[in-house]
Structures are given as C-alpha cells and as structure tokens.
Design a protein around this ligand. Structure first.
Ligand code: ADP
Length: 256
C-alpha cells in the first residue's frame, strides 16, 4: 500500500471542504472555506491549510468532487458528489441505505444496496427554496448567522405556509407575512417546514423504509432534521460532521 497522504477536496457551490487522511485512513485534519467566485483559489486555500508545515506534504493522493471539481488542479481524478457522499456516509455508518444530502444550491437523495453501492439517486437543483440558499437568504434578511436559525424560534410555534419554490419569491412571501404582523417564530417555523416537506417528498419519491442519513451543511440544522423526520415518519439521523462527508468520501476514494 502507498504511504501517501489522502486528500479529498469537495468544491461545493457555497462551501468548499477538504479532509486529509493518513495512508491508513485515519483523519489528520478537515477544513472548510467559502467557495466564493474562484473554485481554484478555494481548492488551493484548502490544500495549503491542511498541508502547511507537513514534512510529508510532497506525497499526496488527491481526489476532487463537488460542482467545481473540474477546476481543481493536481488531483488523481474527479468523482461525482453522489459517489463521494455514498462512500463517506457508508464508511461512517455501515448500515446506511438512504442518504439525503442538502447543500447550498441543491439536494440529493441516494439509495445504496446492501454492499454500499449506489443503486439509484435523485438530484433536485431546480428548486433553490428547498436548499441551504433559502436559509442563507432568510438569515441574511434578519441579520443572523445561518447556524442560529434553528434555535431562533420558540418551542411551539405555529408554522405558516411558505409555498414558493424560488428563493426570491419565497423571501418576498416571508417579508409579506411579517408585514401582516405574523410572529417571526411562526414564519421561521414555516420556512423550516417548507424545506422539510420538499426534502421528505424527494425521499419518498426515491423510496425509503428505514433510517435516512442526513448529510450536507444543512444537516447541521436540528429543527430541519426533526421536521423531516416528522414529515417522513422515519428516523432521520444526522451523519457525522455532515458538511464533510463528501470530502471524506473523496479522500477514501484516493486510496483505491
Ligand atoms: P455545497 O456543498 O452545496 O456548497 P454544503 O453541503 O457545504 O453545500 O452546505 C452549505 C449550506 O449549509 C449553506 O448554504 C448553509 O445554509 C448551511 N449551513 C452551513 N453551516 C450551517 C450551520 N452551522 N447550521 C445550519 N446550516 C448551515
């Protein structure tokens, strides 16, 4: 077996992530930066951040994934996010059969066979209101961090209907509800429920009868996880460090 370090680089539409493993697959570090307007620069920033000061930085086997993967230089190969998420989640959770990945601009549902191979998948990049982009816009509108949204509303809000599938219209809907005097709690609960319903509909369409493993940056939102669970009637388990599962899968694939 090669003694090279293994580097997985996931250039997402919103965030770029990388995971560094040693030759045995043990994790040495993980890093995330905004993708910004230059995916190549984001990849270089990740590589430099993880490899700086390492005497063994000369021998690295790297695999790139994510929407900007073709822009990454110095990699062995590029692999789709579907394969990388499948590999990453399955390695961390050997029983996983259905993965829901919600990122900054798209969402995916992936079904695996008993051996962990991708059996079927569905990708939705048409409806940004079902992705992190909607949460990002709402957070910005209220001057909050996206990581705080989940906790912003009270324990028992009454979710309001937010039905637009386009982020711009959905934001207008939210503003209009607030201008009618609706409570922020209920509006935010409505935003979470709207995203959860879309995610649950996609999972149902592909088919699931057991636990769903939730990955991607949006899986950090606990309210959303719970809402998807309610909408689906199935356990929804947050995959370990969900934003890094694609990069982790890519690093594991660099070993093959
Ligand atoms: P992509 O790979 O498509 O760029 P990610 O899987 O990295 O996307 O997810 C990015 C999204 O994750 C952001 O748009 C944001 O909405 C969400 N996100 C990032 N950090 C958090 C957090 N701490 N809590 C909740 N959501 C988050």
């Amino acid at each position: 077996m090669s003694s090279a370090l293994l580097l997985g680089i996931d250039i997402g539409s919103t965030a770029s992530k990388a995971v560094l493993l040693d030759a045995s697959g043990a994790e040495l570090g993980a890093l995330a930066v905004p993708t910004g307007h230059d995916p190549r620069a984001a990849a270089e920033q990740l590589r430099a951040g993880l490899l700086a000061g390492r005497a063994d930085a000369g021998a690295v086997r790297a695999v790139a994934t994510g929407y900007g993967r073709a822009m990454v230089e110095g990699v062995l190969r590029t692999v789709t996010e579907i394969t990388c998420h499948a590999r990453g989640v399955r390695h961390l959770h050997p029983d996983a059969r259905v993965i829901l990945d919600i990122g900054g601009q798209d969402s995916k549902v992936i079904r695996l066979d008993a051996n962990g191979l991708v059996q079927d998948f569905m990708m939705n990049d048409r409806c940004a209101a079902g992705t992190g982009a909607f949460l990002d816009v709402i957070a910005a509108r209220f001057g909050r961090k996206v990581g705080d949204l989940s906790a912003l509303h009270a324990a028992n809000p009454e979710p309001l209907e937010v039905s637009s599938t386009c982020v711009v219209f959905a934001e207008t809907e939210v503003v209009s509800l607030l201008s009618q005097g609706k409570r922020l709690d209920d509006v935010l609960a409505g935003v979470h429920r709207a995203i959860a319903r879309r995610a649950a509909a996609s999972v149902r369409q592909l088919g699931a009868d057991g636990p769903v493993y939730f990955s991607g940056g949006v899986a950090l939102n606990e309210t959303l996880r719970r809402e998807i669970e309610l909408a689906l009637g199935l356990p929804v388990l947050r995959s370990e460090r969900p934003q890094f599962t694609g990069a982790y899968g890519a690093a594991l694939l660099a070993r093959d």
